[in-house]
Design a protein around this ligand. Structure first.
Ligand code: KIV
Ligand code: ZN
Length: 528
């Protein structure tokens, strides 16, 4: 039996900080259940003190998700730590993750603190966290750019104060594998009590080395990796969970280490997350991209036919890509659908399964054959958990060609209080008109910055998947929609954008949204 690397998933905290990727509480819960079924060891469910929304998300995950340790981030102060502890109180297994920046640039320009003050805060934070919880992780934010002797002092002091995991974040994605290995070795040699705690790596991907740096940390003795599904996160993102897990598994000959991850859940989780945050997974993305197992060149195809291992180091089925020739249709029943959903690696409870069946029947009425990709799209984008406040009730659009004709759209939206708002607009095309009408109804100004539409499966009746991005109040938001009608898919994607933006304090504060309920206090400064 190999030694185990702890997989600490921060999709719901650091990952959610990717521009436009905020998730509703229901979406976070769904993702958390998927992560638990995948076998992650720790779920960082949020930063409870950042906003009431973050607090609720951590509390709900702690309440309902069993199996992994549930964790909340907190700054080293007496406001964040008790709040995080309260949000986690119902978790069967919980962890408090406290952090403070240690590098000279952060000390001077962000915190305005001396080395001694930072060290005292770190120790006080860990001590306070230990009053609430036995499992305490300490992160030295921007550890990589911290003076090595000071990092040793801080880590030694927090271990003495009771930290059980010490995390080494490359907050700005600056390090290289060689340097990461050196830093971990330096800590192992000089930090007092280091053999009693777990060493963790938290790498950002600004130079495209987050996975390589995490693996270098592991090779040097780290036994926890912090990562996110699809590598989402602030700026260039975090270490990608699926990549680091498959590297450890595929090169077990080099690392000799295991994870507790059921790798067949990687692909479904990747698709589910992409649907939730409203984006596509790049086709050439390692492990889970559409082309990750495609062999185009003739010489490769020839080799593959002779022996898969000539060009394939992992099998698609090992990461959960299971394509069957089985096609469902309007006569398929609940059981057949449930079976296929399970085989595709998704975890749904009875209520979700029932809702999915209704949507499946609706789709099967409009589409003769329902392929795996259609089912994936249906499961991944369960409506109703987007968190409101707006619902798109109906839409009618017209297209036109020729002089003097204007494409138009009429929409009916329902706000949080159940009031129906009707609006109409003309535009360059039906999508443009629909978006303008919806923006008018909500009173939100927007600038569409990207729009991509693709076919989910084959055939003339295939569903279209739309991924839109828009700038609202200086922030970028994403949304995704799926429908056999691509104008409707775009409208669904846009309502998701309007809802994400409406829940943001910036938009609420700007009073652009009249019907979103009480404004929320601004988030505490984001951390990556
Ligand atoms: O990148 C970072 O430094 C972080 C810490 C708060 C762990 O996300
Ligand atoms: Zn981070």
């Amino acid at each position: 039996m190999n030694e185990r690397v702890v997989i600490f998933d921060t999709t719901l905290r650091d990952g959610e900080q990717s521009p436009g990727c905020s998730m509703s509480v229901a979406q976070k819960l769904r993702m958390a259940r998927t992560l638990a079924a995948m076998g992650v060891d720790v779920i960082e469910a949020g930063f409870a003190a950042a906003s009431p929304h973050d607090f609720d998300a951590v509390r709900e995950v702690a309440n309902t998700v069993d199996g992994p340790i549930i964790c909340s981030l907190a700054r080293c102060n007496d406001h964040d730590i008790p709040l995080a502890a309260r949000a986690l109180s119902s978790a069967r297994r919980r962890r408090l993750h406290v952090f403070i920046a240690t590098s000279p640039i952060h000390r001077e320009h962000k915190l305005g603190m001396s080395r001694t003050e930072v060290l005292e805060r770190a120790v006080a934070g860990v001590r306070m966290a230990r009053e609430f919880c036995r499992d305490v992780e300490f992160s030295a934010e921007d550890a990589i750019r911290t003076e090595p002797d000071f990092l040793v002092d801080v880590m030694s002091a927090v271990i003495e104060a009771g930290a059980t995991t010490i995390n080494v974040p490359d907050t700005v994605g600056y390090t290289t594998p060689e340097e990461m290995g050196r830093i971990i070795n330096h800590l192992k040699r000089h930090v007092r009590g280091i053999d009693k705690v777990v060493i963790s790596a938290h790498c950002h991907d600004d130079l495209g080395m987050a996975v390589a740096n995490s693996l270098a940390a592991v090779a040097a003795g780290a036994r926890q990796v912090e990562c996110t599904v699809n590598g989402i996160g602030e700026r260039a993102g975090n270490c990608a969970l699926e990549e680091v897990v498959m590297a450890l598994r595929t090169r077990a000959d080099l690392y000799g280490l295991d994870t507790g991850i059921d790798t067949r859940r990687l692909y479904p989780a990747s698709r589910q997350l992409a649907a939730i945050i409203g984006g596509f997974v790049p086709a050439n993305k390692a492990v889970v991209g559409d082309n990750a197992f495609a062999h185009e060149a003739g010489i490769h195809q020839h080799g593959m036919l002779a022996n898969r291992e000539t060009y394939e180091i992992m099998r698609p089925e090992d990461v959960g890509i299971s394509r069957s020739t089985l096609v469902l249709g309007k006569h398929s029943g609940r059981h057949a659908l449930a079976e296929r959903v399970r085989e595709l690696g998704f975890v749904l409870d009875d209520t979700e399964m029932e809702k999915l069946f209704v949507r499946f029947k609706d789709l099967a009425d409009r589409k003769r054959q329902v392929f795996d990709a259609d089912i994936e799209a249906l499961v991944a984008g369960q409506p109703g958990d987007q968190g409101g406040p707006w619902k798109l009730l109906s839409m009618h659009t017209t297209s036109s060609l020729g002089e003097g004709q204007l494409p138009s759209a009429a929409v009916a939206l329902e706000d949080a209080e159940g009031q129906i708002v009707r609006e109409a607009a003309t535009g360059d095309g039906p999508v443009d008109a629909a978006l303008k009408a919806m923006a008018r109804a909500t009173g939100i100004d927007f600038e569409l910055t990207s729009m991509r539409v693709r076919s989910v499966s084959e055939g003339e009746d295939a569903q279209g998947e739309a991924a839109l991005q828009a700038r609202i109040n200086g922030n970028q938001w994403s949304g995704r929609g799926v429908d056999t009608d691509i104008v409707a898919a775009c409208a669904q994607a846009f309502i998701e954008i309007l809802n994400r933006a409406s829940r943001s304090p910036d938009v609420v504060d700007s009073a652009a949204v009249a019907a979103t309920g009480s404004p929320q206090p601004a988030r505490a400064a984001a951390v990556n």
